[in-house]
Design a protein around this ligand. Structure first.
Ligand code: AVJ
Length: 319
């Protein structure tokens, strides 16, 4: 396994992000902090709620159109996936590729060596003609250079993860991905689309309150990893559709005036009644905002596939 990693760290790797975010005005915490073991499990649980449509909608599109998508992508593919993603969605694409070529090299790129190891073990067992070469890296900071590797690259960035980036960050990120590829290589991107505000609202305010638990888990994680004393009952889960910015916002709102001490930072943080910590933006797209983003990133939009309600789009872009 190729591992890109800084030297041994004495403090928790989340310390700097927490200090910076909670010292900012307004307070914020980056959404990548959601995904410790517990948070990843809660996200999986969210995808199974009745209200959260994106995962099952994208899965349906991939199941229906995998053959078309792979034919469009080209011959002699080498597959790269940024972020663990749901192994199931990747499997659908791997199966479609192996129906057209004898062997496939697959590079999952993820920060978590544990997630990568799991992917290697299960995929190798199920696809004898697949060779998995995992790359442990934080792809938002460091992208491996794929230009020297053989075959036409198909880079997967599915699950609408791109929706977590600010519009200018999404553009910078796609430009960097493009720079790690060669002319003729392809990207497969998943975009959650703008739709009825009630549908969007419910997806982030499920009745079983799994999303609320997922949001609050970031505080539980800070308690566990940095020795903080957040009382999860003293914060409300707040999620709403911001139409002007075309995004769902998630926040944690303090129910009282309170102080929280974080031992590993040696610092007290003050929260007033009603004060919010901004924990996530999940941007929603239109066909024109997708076209604009790809154009600005110097990528060619080659084809796209949707569900009948047009709630989600899977887009093939060409370098
Ligand atoms: C994994 C970023 C696509 O934005 O819908 C789910 C994360 N947050 N419920 C999304 C999430 C709240 C999810 N993404």
């Amino acid at each position: 396994m190729t591992v890109f990693k800084k030297a041994e760290q004495l403090v928790s790797p989340i310390a700097a992000d927490v200090l910076e975010g909670l010292s900012a005005e307004p307070k914020r915490l980056p959404p990548k902090l959601f995904y410790d073991a517990k948070g990843s499990q809660l996200f999986e649980e969210i995808t199974r709620t009745r209200e959260y449509y994106p995962t099952r909608t994208e899965r349906g599109i991939l199941e229906e159109f995998a053959g078309d998508i792979i034919r469009e992508a080209g011959n002699n593919l080498t597959l790269v996936e940024l972020g663990a993603g749901s192994a199931y969605k990747t499997r659908v694409l791997i199966r479609a590729i192996l129906a057209r070529q004898l062997r496939l090299e697959f590079h999952p790129v993820d920060v978590s060596p544990a997630a990568l190891q799991q992917a290697v073990t299960s995929l190798n067992g199920d696809f004898p003609r697949l060779h998995v070469s995992p790359i442990a890296a934080d792809y938002s900071r460091h992208l491996p250079d794929f230009r020297s590797r053989p075959g036409r690259k198909l880079v997967l960035f599915i699950g609408s993860t791109i929706g977590n980036f600010e519009p200018d960050e999404a553009e910078q990120f796609l430009k960097r991905v493009r720079a790690s590829l060669q002319t003729g290589d392809a990207l497969l991107l998943g975009f959650d689309m703008v739709k009825d505000a009630r549908v969007l609202h419910s997806a982030y305010n499920d009745a079983a309150r799994v999303t609320a638990q997922f949001n609050k888990n970031v505080l539980a994680r800070i308690n566990r990893e940095l020795g903080a004393d957040f009382d999860l009952d003293e914060f409300n889960h707040v999620a709403f559709w911001n139409a002007r910015k075309s995004r769902i916002e998630m926040h944690l709102e303090s129910r009282v005036d309170q102080n929280v001490y974080i031992t590993d930072l040696g610092t007290n943080f003050q929260f007033s009644f009603g004060e919010r910590i901004h924990t996530e933006n999940s941007y929603k797209f239109t066909s024109s905002s997708i076209s604009r983003l790809l154009r600005q990133s110097a990528l060619r939009l080659e084809n796209s596939w949707s569900d009948p309600q047009k709630w989600f789009s899977v887009v093939l872009a060409r370098v």
